[in-house]
Design a protein around this ligand. Structure first.
Ligand code: FMN
Ligand code: EPS
Length: 381
């Protein structure tokens, strides 16, 4: 399975083409739109989200509610296009001259030999993540057929951390205005209000779990087949993500081997189990049958309304960034995007291992493999 996206923030809309989803998967469009709504929400979003009402249009690859095996074409319209339609191509009216530190503005202009940050920021904008979330929602619907689920939530915003770190049901996670496990979201709301008042922005962390993945997805045999490498590359591709830690992550570097490693036990039926998951469910680049869990660090967004020092690309004079409409924090929205891109990569790895042209073929391949892995001991006898 592969996919590509196109589209800019204030142009007509966003597009994706997905290839490789097996035929026979029933697609629930409401479920896709529900995740799109979640991505738009979360406390700390700016006024743009009052304009957009993201809904996916499926242009191809689905008939009568089922995938046909043909490429799936997806479109999400930008409602804000209507407001910009007469000036979008007008260099003078749309020009943005003060590259924001932390955004793609400055380097993008030099790299592509452009003279207007607008030509960079339109595509660099995280507006693109809307269509990736739609791709993720389809991937998730495939994985659900195999009882594989993914959950992400806000672990921290600024200096405020959530206490809970696992076993949070998905519906509860999304019930909170900041998509966090309810214990201290009021403090997070206050932290966001304060940053907004100060015309500043905030980052944070997102925690993610992939549940019920069988052991053996990914591989140790080549660098680019390792599951942790593949997941990290998807997650790092989200604008504003600055780091990914599996399991206990960097903290593990301070432990001894005897403290860190997840020891292996057998129950009375000779079934393997562990009592810790410090590695985050991946050993040797492969899922080990435990939940895969990782934490993602998100930087404070670059549009800092009080202004950051920069220069004007027309006058070559030092100045501060121009006021731009902006979010205050995107950690809640990013938690939805992290979950979506995780679903995409897990679906890709899953289909590489169990792939077939129809959902039934995939189910048979999956069943055979799981039966073998679970009954390894019987086979050996
Ligand atoms: C959902 C979402 C919304 C975002 N909204 C804004 C925003 O309103 N203003 C802004 O400056 N950056 C925003 N960002 C972050 C920028 O897109 C990002 O920092 C920029 O593209 C540079 O990429 P990098 O942070 O990965 O280096 C947002 C990110 C996400 C995931
Ligand atoms: C449009 C979305 O996010 C946008 C991402 C973004 C950026 O610079 O990344 C800047 C803002 O856009 P605008 O300048 O139009 O207010 C965000 O609203 C979205 O998430 O759908």
């Amino acid at each position: 399975m592969r996919y590509l996206t196109a589209g800019e923030s204030h142009n007509k809309g966003l597009i994706a083409i997905i290839e490789g989803i097996p035929a026979g998967l029933d697609i629930d469009v409401n479920k896709i739109n529900n995740v799109l709504r979640l991505r738009q929400g979360g406390y700390g979003r700016g006024n743009r989200m009052k304009i957009e009402k993201d809904k996916v249009n499926i242009y191809s690859g689905v008939r009568g509610g089922y995938t046909t095996g043909a490429p799936i074409g997806l479109v999400i319209e930008n409602k804000d296009w209507y407001n910009y339609r007469e000036i979008y191509n007008d260099d003078d009216k749309m020009k943005y001259c003060t590259p924001r530190p932390g955004h793609a503005d400055l380097v993008g202009m030099y790299k592509y030999n452009l003279s207007d940050c607008r030509d960079v920021l339109e595509r660099a904008s995280a507006r693109e993540t809307a269509i990736r979330v739609a791709v993720g929602a389809i991937s998730e619907q495939l994985l659900e057929k195999f009882n594989i689920t993914i959950v992400s939530y806000v672990y921290s915003i600024g200096t405020i951390s959530s206490a809970i770190k696992s076993n949070v049901p998905k519906d509860l996670v999304y019930n909170s205005p900041v998509y966090c496990p309810f214990d201290n979201h009021e403090e997070m709301v206050k932290e966001i209000d304060k940053a907004k008042e100060e015309k500043d922005s905030l980052g944070g962390k997102v925690y993610t779990e992939v549940r019920n993945l069988p052991m053996g997805l990914g591989s140790y045999s080549q660098w680019d087949k390792k599951l942790d490498c593949r997941l990290t590359s998807q997650v790092m591709s989200i604008p504003s993500v600055k780091g990914v830690e599996f399991g206990i992550g960097f903290k593990g570097s301070k432990l001894k081997g005897s403290q860190y490693h997840d020891e292996i036990f057998l129950d009375e039926n000779k079934k393997i189990y562990r009592i810790t998951n410090n590695a985050g469910g991946i050993e040797g680049g492969m899922s080990n049958g435990q939940h895969i869990c990782f934490t993602t660090a998100i930087k404070p967004i670059p549009t800092v309304l009080k202004g950051l020092r920069t220069y004007n690309v027309e006058t070559y004079k030092e100045t501060v960034t121009d006021y731009q409409r902006s979010d205050t924090t995107v950690v809640p929205a990013a938690s939805v995007v992290v979950s979506s891109v995780t679903a995409i990569e897990i679906a890709r790895v899953f289909l590489e291992k169990f792939g077939g042209d129809s959902l039934n073929d995939v189910k048979n391949n999956f069943k055979n493999y799981v039966r073998r892995v679970e009954r390894q001991k019987d086979y050996e006898n």
